[in-house]
Write a protein that binds this ligand. Structure first.
Ligand code: IP8
Length: 262
């Protein structure tokens, strides 16, 4: 696959809660990873895949308070290198699965090129002619020594800064999109099909596990992407056909995010 034969570019997040067992340290959902890789092999788009961390990143980062940066009284050095190495393992599994499907994928670990956290992190976004893969990572930070750069921030920057992006997709686990009430209380009626920042929802954020922002951060970054005129959709990544249809811009069960200005 080379760039000129491909359609436009689609930036897609494989959520950490989708591709890993979130509460069990370093446990992969291999079937889901392989089905997402299969979907990608069936698309003619130029893809940028941003994957989350799930149980390869959040549990240890939470324990050693890595999202707060360097804390004098804590020895966090080994945790920083362990989370980076766990994330490289997860990334290796993703890459192997993509390559097994015949995809020319190349990965760029953010701790090697990005500095700072949040939507304004610094670093030139790497791009491969085939499928580009990046992920949420522990990165250096000029003011706090290190911090957690979420894949949702990478989504925002890739979707709005690289040329020819047609749409941005957040594939998540367990739910069909943004729900009006937490998943434990929701029925199919509670799916918000079109969401804009002026609408409220009772998002559930597993803050005991998650060091980044859960569904709320996805919604916020999604709205920032939509504001720049790029279509944004959140889909349930456990349904491969929905993900494939979303990549091709077909209408699917999920939440379309529109900017508050529409
Ligand atoms: O799961 C978090 O990335 P996210 C990265 O995309 C780490 O928010 C290392 C916890």
């Amino acid at each position: 696959m080379s760039a000129p034969d491909m359609g436009g570019t689609v930036v897609i997040k494989w959520g950490g809660g989708l591709i890993t067992e979130k509460s069990q340290l370093c446990t992969i959902n291999q079937t889901v990873v392989d089905s997402l890789a299969d979907v990608c092999s069936k698309s003619d788009k130029r893809l940028v895949i941003v994957h989350g961390a799930g149980s390869y990143g959040h549990l240890k980062s939470k324990e050693f308070r890595l999202a707060e940066g360097n804390i004098e009284s804590l020895d966090q050095d080994s945790a920083v290198s362990e989370v980076r190495s766990d994330m490289l393992k997860l990334n290796g599994i993703v890459l192997e699965s993509l390559r097994n499907k015949g995809i020319d994928a190349r990965s760029y670990p953010p701790h090697t090129w990005a500095n700072g956290v949040g939507a304004t992190f610094k670093g030139k976004l790497p791009l491969h002619d085939g499928v580009t893969v990046v992920y949420g990572d522990v990165v250096d930070d000029t003011s706090t020594d290190f911090g957690i750069l979420s894949g949702d921030d990478l989504m925002y920057r890739y979707a709005t800064e690289i040329p020819g992006v047609e749409r941005a997709i957040f594939a998540i686990g367990e739910v069909d999109g943004i729900l009006r009430v937490p998943p434990s209380r929701a029925s199919s009626e509670d799916l918000i099909e079109v969401w804009s920042p002026d609408m409220e929802f009772e998002g559930e954020h597993a803050s005991a596990i998650d060091v980044t922002g859960g569904i709320g951060l996805k919604a916020q970054r999604g709205a920032m992407i939509a504001e720049k005129g790029i279509d944004v959709i959140i889909v349930n990544g456990e349904y491969p056909q929905r993900v494939l249809d979303a990549i091709h811009g077909k209408s699917v069960v999920g939440t379309k995010i529109v900017s508050g200005n529409c």
